[in-house]
Design a protein around this ligand. Structure first.
Ligand code: MG
Length: 336
């Protein structure tokens, strides 16, 4: 009798493991670009919404497991972005320290079942290709087997470098290194002019099995004309990924423009474009989601969240919560 009970329990457990989805990564699995969309392993169209951490060298206190878990549980983030600073006391000066910041966030995202972007947060990455290749080779070797991980090889190229001669050759060379160790995970490529000129990239796309292009906007600065630029890129058949955006102006300050933010969200929802908001920080600026001194390990009360934070949290709860009602009733059926 005892033995049959344990066999039943094992069968039931097997059933729960195979059919139950406990988190968003179990739900979608590996991400794959197809045309304008990012698909999950079973062919679902995937739209991820979450938050970007601030430059790692200046806001490293929030790069920890508890904060990631809090963003998943309390804010319903399905993705976070580790923005590893490169210049200005970043990776170029302290590669081990900055890599550790990134790894804390990536390890936590894997453990807690959300997606994570490893972002080479630089405006001049094409001037440091060797450092970028070394970094991404390590990341791909360590994390290439996890469906959670997305590589972002160049945060925001400035206006002056060209797509053809500067940005694309750099990205091609970094992608080649990543692909040595990781044949398939999604890679996001920055585009000229702070990741806005996505149609330039779409006209001369990167040849790789799984690439999307970064589109960044700040809703009080970039409005319909940038959405038109995005539309041009989409019409060429590429996939976009908003790895960073703000609800304020491009400096990270000024007012919160809720009307334009809503227009952007409508546009992104229409094309199922994933996004991360800038940023998890307690710096005194409009873009920050936290009030100065908010604890490093999450657990933030309403008083510790800024107006921007409240606005974002509402959107995340509204749009992500329905996606997180995992259907475990198949495992319940097994009980009969
Ligand atoms: Mg892989």
């Amino acid at each position: 009798m005892k033995r049959s009970i344990s066999i039943f329990c094992l069968l039931l457990l097997g059933h729960i493991v195979s059919f139950g989805q406990n988190n968003i990564v179990e739900k979608y699995g590996k991400l794959q670009v197809k045309g304008n969309y990012i698909l999950g392993e079973k062919g679902d169209t995937v739209q991820l919404r979450g938050l970007s951490f601030f430059w790692s060298q200046w806001m490293g206190q929030y790069y920890n497991e508890d904060a990631v878990k809090w963003l998943r549980d309390d804010w319903k983030c399905t993705i976070v972005r580790a923005a590893m600073g490169v210049e200005m006391d970043g990776y170029l000066y302290d590669p081990e320290g900055e890599k550790q910041n990134v790894e804390k966030v990536v390890d936590a995202a894997i453990k807690h079942g959300i997606y994570v972007i490893i972002d080479f947060h630089s405006h001049e990455a094409h001037k440091h290709p060797e450092e970028a290749k070394k970094f991404f080779a390590e990341m791909a070797q360590k994390y290439g087997k996890y469906p959670n991980v997305i590589y972002e090889v160049y945060n925001e190229p400035l206006q002056d470098p060209t797509w053809k001669d500067d940005i694309k050759p750099y990205e091609d060379s970094v992608i080649a290194v990543i692909r040595k160790y990781d044949a398939d995970n999604l890679i996001v490529c920055g585009t000229r002019q702070w990741s806005q000129m996505v149609s330039e990239a779409a006209n001369d796309p990167i040849k790789d099995v799984n690439v999307a292009y970064a589109l960044h906007y700040y809703a009080d600065t970039h409005k319909k004309s940038l959405r038109d630029e995005a539309q041009k890129a989409l019409d060429k058949g590429v996939a976009l990924f908003v790895t960073e955006f703000g609800t304020c102006n491009a400096s990270g300050n000024g007012r919160i423009n809720k009307v334009e933010s809503e227009k952007w969200w409508e546009f992104l929802d229409k094309y199922k474009i994933s996004w991360c908001q800038w940023s998890v920080a307690d710096k005194v600026e409009t873009a920050s989601i936290l009030q100065p001194g908010a604890p490093a390990k999450g657990g933030w009360t309403d008083e510790q969240i800024t107006e921007t934070g409240q606005f974002l949290k509402q959107e995340l709860l509204k749009k992500n919560s329905p996606l997180l009602n995992f259907k475990t009733n198949k495992s319940a059926k097994g009980k009969k």
